[in-house]
Design a protein around this ligand. Structure first.
Ligand code: UDP
Length: 382
C-alpha cells in the first residue's frame, strides 16, 4: 500500500521521532509531507525517506491548543492547502496524519479525494492539553472521516472516547524504541564519551522544555538534595521560551547553578541516559505515552515518573520503576534520596525494567502493530 504521512512539525518532538521509525520502515512505498521545514525533514531524508515541505499559511500553524472558537479565523486559509495536498493524496492508498493539525487538514483532503485516513493520536484530549472547542473539532472530524484512530496508549484512547470519540475508532499501538540503540555503559564511561566532567549522583530529565513537562518540579526537589547534579536535556521546541527563562531564573534563585546543567536538544540521548544514575519524568499533566520513560528503562537506569496518563502503562510501581504524584517535589526528592542509598535495589529494578521494555515496547513490536492497522484499513469500507 502506498502511504502518505502528514505532519505539521519540522522539529524533532517525540511524535516525529516515532514517525521517523515508521516512515523509514515504509520508505519504498511511502512519502512524507510536512507543513514546516526543519531538522525533521533532514533527518527523514538522511533515512532515505521522500519528503516534501508544503508550507501552509502561518495562521493555520499558529492555531494553538488552548485556542477556542477564535481558531475559526484560520478557516479561509484551508482551501489553498487542500488544493496543494490533493496531488499527494490522490497517489496514496492511505493517508496517515501524525498530529492534530495534520489530521484536520488531512481528513478534509482525504475526503475530497475519497481516500481512507488514519489519525495517529499522540495527545491526551483533555482540558489539561486542549480547549473544549479544539477537542470538539478534532473529535467531530475523527468521528466523521477517520477509518481508525491509532492511540499511543490506553490512556490516549480512553481520553478520545471520553471527549466524545466513537468507541469503535481507537486501536492502541504503543510507541516502540530500538533496544539495540542502548549500550550497556557504566556512568563513568558514558560521562567520558559525552564529555561530561561530573562527580557524584546525577539525575537526568529528557523532555522538551514546556510547563506541563514539569522540569521546575525537578529543580524544586534538587534544592532538597545537596550534592546531586541534574542534566536537563531538551529544548523549547514549540516556542515555550518564557518557560525556559523561568527554569534558568529558578536555577539561579535556588542557588543550583553549579549542579544544574542545561544541555539543550541532543541527538546522543542513549549515552546521556547512561551517564545518569537515575532518570526522572516530571510531567504535571497526563503524559500520552512518554518515550523517554521506555528509553530510560532500555538504558538500564532507574526511572521515576509521574502517576498519570500513559506513564502508568509503562511502569509497574516498585518493580520496573517508581511512580510519584504529579507536581510533588517533596515526594520526588524522597524517592531520589531513597535511590541514592539503595544501589542494589536500583540495579535490580533497572534490570527488570530493561527486560520488560525490551519485551513490550520495541520498535519491531510497534511496526508490526502499525502494519496490522494499515492492513485492516484495506478491508474497511471508505
Ligand atoms: N529527545 C531527544 N533529544 C533531547 C530531548 C528529548 O532526542 O534533547 C527525545 C527523547 O529521547 C524522546 C523524545 O525526544 O524520544 C520525546 O518523546 P516523549 O514521548 O518523551 O515526549 P514528547 O516530546 O512526545 O511530548
Amino acid at each position: 500500500m502506498r502511504l502518505l504521512f502528514l505532519d505539521h512539525a519540522g522539529v524533532l518532538g517525540g511524535a516525529e521521532l516515532s514517525l521517523l521509525d515508521i516512515a523509514r520502515h515504509h520508505r519504498n512505498t511511502s512519502e512524507v509531507v510536512l507543513f514546516s521545514d526543519g531538522p525533521f525533514r533532514t533527518t527523514l531524508e538522511q533515512a532515505g525517506v521522500t519528503v516534501t515541505v508544503l508550507p501552509v499559511p502561518e495562521r493555520l500553524l499558529e492555531v494553538n491548543r488552548a485556542d477556542g472558537w477564535r481558531s475559526l479565523a484560520a478557516l479561509p486559509a484551508i482551501p489553498q492547502v487542500l488544493r496543494a495536498l490533493a496531488p499527494f493524496v490522490r497517489q496514496a492508498d492511505l493517508v496517515h496524519c501524525n498530529s492534530q493539525k495534520a489530521f484536520a487538514l488531512g481528513a478534509l483532503a482525504a475526503s475530497v479525494s475519497r481516500r481512507p485516513v488514519v489519525w495517529h493520536l499522540r495527545d491526551i484530549l483533555t482540558a489539561d492539553h486542549f480547549s473544549a472547542a479544539n477537542r470538539r473539532v478534532a473529535v467531530t472530524l475523527a468521528n466523521t472521516f477517520a477509518t481508525k484512530v491509532i492511540a499511543n496508549s490506553q490512556a490516549t484512547a480512553q481520553a478520545f472516547i471520553d471527549a466524545g470519540g466513537r468507541r469503535d475508532l481507537p486501536v492502541v499501538v504503543y510507541n516502540g524504541i530500538d533496544p539495540d540503540a542502548f549500550e550497556d555503559l557504566t556512568p563513568a564511561t558514558a560521562r567520558q564519551a559525552a564529555g561530561l566532567d561530573l562527580e557524584g549522583f546525577v539525575v537526568g530529565a529528557f523532555s522538551r522544555l514546556a510547563p506541563w513537562k514539569g522540569q521546575h518540579v525537578l529543580l524544586e526537589s534538587l534544592a532538597q538534595l545537596p550534592g546531586t547534579h541534574a542534566l536537563i536535556v531538551g529544548d523549547a521546541l514549540f516556542g515555550e521560551t518564557a518557560y525556559e527563562a523561568r527554569l534558568h531564573a529558578m536555577t539561579r534563585s535556588l542557588d543550583l547553578e553549579r549542579r544544574v546543567h542545561f544541555l539543550g536538544f541532543r541527538r546522543d540521548v542513549p549515552t546521556l541516559m547512561a551517564a545518569c544514575d537515575a532518570i526522572v519524568h516530571t510531567s504535571v499533566a497526563p503524559e500520552p505515552f512518554g518515550r523517554m520513560i521506555v528509553e530510560a528503562q532500555l538504558a538500564r537506569r532507574p526511572i521515576i515518573a509521574t502517576r498519570a496518563g500513559g506513564a502508568v502503562e509503562l511502569i509497574e510501581d516498585g518493580e520496573t520503576g517508581w511512580l510519584v504524584p504529579p507536581g510533588d517535589a517533596g515526594k520526588l526528592a524522597s524517592c531520589l534520596s531513597h535511590m541514592l542509598t539503595a544501589p542494589a535495589e536500583r540495579r535490580a529494578i533497572s534490570q527488570k525494567a530493561r527486560d520488560a521494555a525490551s519485551r513490550l515496547f520495541t520498535r519491531n513490536a510497534m511496526l508490526d502493530a502499525f502494519r496490522d492497522v494499515v492492513e485492516a484499513t484495506r478491508r474497511a469500507p471508505t
